[in-house]
Design a binder for this molecule. Structure first.
Ligand code: ME8
Length: 521
């Protein structure tokens, strides 16, 4: 048997689970890529990560889409769930489980949380009437809707049509949790981030919570309510429960539940904040289950500033984007260009600028120039440095300080600032390389040239290790080129300097420039 491993701290991270009523769009890809970068960072930083993603398959929206397409809703869900899963693979998303809300263990978990809420006295039968948006799978209060000129009514927040719904169904005593929710936000100021989202939710809850309708009888595509098969659960009750299912709930004694629950981080987009920061903690309080630590809300992606969504139809296929620019360029662009937590825009020009300036020039060219000098002038071995100058020490100190800086940014999900810190050091390194002029030293002072190349390779190595979460494929190639052993690529390996004398492979370019195809005359 293997020697006992010291226990690594657990880190449980989730994405929203998407409605598989169509193919995924770039907004979905953005959520998975950003969450994946966090999951990979935590793994490299020594955490025992569990990363959950998947598809949200029940509800009226799915049922209506299926009947429109003339297929069985199960087939629609299965077909598109596979498309989401294939996209995750193509995007290098390192999930530990891809959950489908039609999975057998999820049905069990959903019934269990329901029964706990019943036992708490929080579910009662009532007649519900109000405005429902199928597209949002959400209820909207009358004052949150507007009547259009043609007499139809829409939800103000999302612009989606709402319909009058009246039925006898189960209702959750959300109003009972108003004070406890406000206390939660007060005592745990980091529960909702960024602060703008927290403030929105604070004022929403302060304005008063109404009880919430949580079952439907007019269709049957959902989890049956325990003890009353006439009802299916409101899709959000079972959807949110997926985060518990992933840990083995309702088996609260299971090793996975004890290890991973409560979740450390739910990553979601801004349109579903209320469900995750009001309904979800209230359900958990009612069921007597610990609350997640934090909900981080990312912004929306816009195509050249224009809104895009599957329902509207101006959707960009993430895989076509990957085909055009390469996977790591797309991953890098999204995380570097957009302030995580705010809305962002993408365009061909912006992607090409990042590819060429940040990747090809600042990182690729630095690696390529230093490595090809080493190949030609140092017998293709890591050079042996002489005594270090102040400049050498200052640069290495900046590179050595990166882990702590980047870790602090990742801990508050400031992914763009983490990358910014790394690219600042790359900027310094490029200035250092130009000032030191190793190509001149080659003739005048080969020993000094060796030191400059050594210092440069060491920075490239540190950067290579740190960009693994964002660009796993390219970082792997870069680390191969600087001779970093494949089994020594965690952040614990940052502190061991590159070994002089190590043989290096023939340098190859890792970050190609994007060259526009010339338009035919
Ligand atoms: O909301 N930019 O599913 P969904 C960035 N099933 N993110 C976007 C986006 C955009 N343009 N459009 C959507 C659901 N998203 C529910 C979730 S969780 C228990 C249930 C984000 O397929 C959106 O905010 O409509 C959400 O986080 C995710 O994509 C899935 O959206």
């Amino acid at each position: 048997s293997s020697p006992a491993q010291p226990d690594r701290p657990p880190f449980y991270l989730t994405t929203a689970i998407a409605y598989p009523n169509g193919a995924p769009h770039i907004g979905h890809a953005y959520e998975y890529i950003s969450s994946d970068a966090i999951a990979r960072f935590k793994r490299l930083d020594g955490y025992d990560v569990f990363f959950l993603t998947g598809t949200d398959e029940h509800g009226l929206k799915m049922q209506q889409t299926a009947s429109k397409e003339g297929i069985d809703v199960r087939d629609l869900a299965a077909r598109n769930s596979d498309v989401f899963q294939a996209m995750d693979q193509a995007l290098d998303i390192s999930y530990d489980r891809f959950i489908r809300t039609t999975d057998a263990d999820h049905l069990e978990a959903s019934r269990a949380i329901w029964e706990r809420m019943v036992e708490a006295g929080d579910i009662y039968l009532d007649t519900y009437s109000g405005w429902y948006s199928v597209r949002d799978e959400a209820f909207h209060a009358e004052e949150e809707t507007t009547i259009l000129d043609d007499g139809s009514r829409i939800a103000n927040e999302t612009g989606t049509p709402v319909e009058w719904t009246e039925e006898s169904n189960y209702t959750f005593r959300l109003s009972k949790y108003q004070d406890r929710l406000l206390a939660l936000y007060e005592e745990n100021p980091d529960f909702i981030a960024p602060a703008t989202r927290r403030n929105e939710i604070l004022s929403f809850v302060k304005s008063g919570l109404k009880d919430l309708s949580i079952s439907r009888t007019t269709f049957d595509w959902g989890v049956q309510v325990p003890g009353n098969p006439e009802h299916v659960m409101y899709v959000w009750v079972d959807a949110l429960t997926n985060y518990l299912t992933g840990t083995g709930f309702p088996d609260t004694d299971s090793e996975t539940f004890r290890k991973y629950w409560p979740a450390n981080l739910h990553i979601i987009g801004k349109d579903i904040t209320r469900f995750h920061t009001v309904y979800w903690p209230a359900f958990l309080m009612s069921a007597g289950i610990e609350l997640p630590e934090r909900v981080f809300v990312h912004g929306f992606l816009f195509n050249r500033g224009e809104k895009m969504s599957k329902s509207v139809g101006n959707v960009v296929d993430p895989l076509a984007m990957v085909e055009q620019y390469g996977l790591d360029a797309v991953r890098f662009f999204l995380l570097r260009e957009i302030s995580y937590g705010q809305d962002g825009s993408y365009s061909h020009e912006a992607i090409v600028t990042r590819m060429n300036a940040d990747l090809a020039n600042e990182l690729g060219n630095l690696a390529q120039r230093s490595l090809s000098m080493v190949a030609k002038n140092c017998d293709a071995q890591v050079p042996t440095p002489g005594e270090l100058t102040d400049e050498d020490c200052a640069l290495l100190a900046q590179a050595d300080a990166l882990l702590e800086k980047v870790r602090a940014e990742i801990d508050v999900q400031a992914l763009h600032l983490a990358l910014d810190a790394i690219w600042q050091v790359l900027g310094e390194t490029n200035r250092y390389f130009s000032q030191q002029q190793p190509w001149v030293l080659r003739k005048t002072d080969p020993a000094r040239m060796a030191t400059v190349l050594y210092v440069t390779l060491e920075v490239v190595r540190i950067v290579g290790l740190l960009v693994q979460p964002v660009m796993p494929g390219s970082a792997e190639k870069l680390l191969d080129l600087v001779g970093q052993a494949p089994d020594a690529r965690t952040f614990a390996d940052l502190g061991t300097r590159i070994a002089p004398g190590a043989a290096l492979p023939k340098p190859v370019g890792v970050f190609p420039r994007y060259v526009e195809e010339s338009t035919p005359e």
